[in-house]
Design a protein around this ligand. Structure first.
Ligand SMILES: Nc1ncccc1[N+](=O)[O-]
Length: 245
């Protein structure tokens, strides 16, 4: 079944890049179905108000529950036979990792809820979290002004895992975070550039030596930049990988 993505946002133009390149072609080829909705279409007042002052005081504005309720009631019923998995990007969410991307890529329908301002009235999450699977996910420990940028990142990470979306599936196997290590350095022509040579092993034609060199590079690079990942990888390998060097 084609993966369907719906996005509800007050800045639909922010999601225009989903029309381009990888995602755009996948949509045209029917591998993906993407619908972007303007939350303001579900407001009832002349000013199309989506926010209001926070109960309990404090700075900023909170997104009102009524427009979200009306929007998600309609959007979550727009694909009979499918169950929507709601995804709420937010700085307080569970970490969005490559494993998360793989998990979401197995769903057949993701509905992204893009909050702005200081967030969305909590009762929206209670209401829809009681009816559908709902995940609050974060790209990282920093604060963006809203969920749209995160949705672009998450949809790209998920969509490229859908079979057929990227031409060369083999390249998915050796990327960063596949298998728990960072990727090895890559080189192409010319063999010498500004006096800098390509590592000779890569020109040797010895595939076993090349694979060993690449694995060593992945371990060294991960140890240097992401020791946290290395720990997880070694646990998975029973801690022998480091000993092998
Ligand atoms: N970090 C974030 N800040 C605001 C909205 C969403 C976010 N995120 O990472 O998904």
């Amino acid at each position: 079944m084609t993966l369907r993505l719906d996005v509800v946002t007050i800045f639909p133009d922010y999601l225009a890049p989903l029309e381009l390149s990888l995602i755009g072609r996948a949509r045209r080829e029917g591998l993906l179905e993407v619908h972007v909705h303007d939350l303001r279409d579900w407001t009832a007042d002349r000013h199309r108000t989506v926010d209001d002052t926070p109960y309990g005081g404090g700075a900023g504005m909170v997104m009102r529950p009524e427009p979200w309720g009306a929007a998600l009631d309609e959007v979550c019923r727009s694909a009979p036979g499918r169950t929507p998995h709601l995804v709420v990007p937010g700085p307080g969410g569970d970490p969005f990792t490559q494993a998360t991307a793989h998990r979401l890529a197995t769903q057949d329908w993701l509905v992204f809820v893009c909050g702005r301002y200081e967030g969305i009235d909590e009762r929206v999450f209670e209401e829809f979290g009681a009816r559908y699977p709902l995940s609050v996910l974060s790209l990282g420990d920093y604060v963006l002004n809203g969920g749209e940028v995160a949705v672009l990142a998450m949809t790209e990470a998920v969509a490229r895992l859908v079979p057929g979306v990227i031409g060369n599936e083999a390249s998915l196997d050796e990327e960063s975070h596949t298998g728990g290590l960072l990727e090895y350095p890559v080189y192409t022509k010319p063999p010498v550039w500004r006096g800098r040579e390509v590592p000779p092993v890569l020109l040797s034609g010895h595939h076993g030596q090349i694979a060993a060199w690449r694995q060593k590079q992945r371990l060294e690079r991960t140890a240097r930049r992401r020791p946290d990942l290395l720990e997880g990888y070694l646990d998975g390998q029973g801690g022998t990988a480091a000993a092998e060097g």
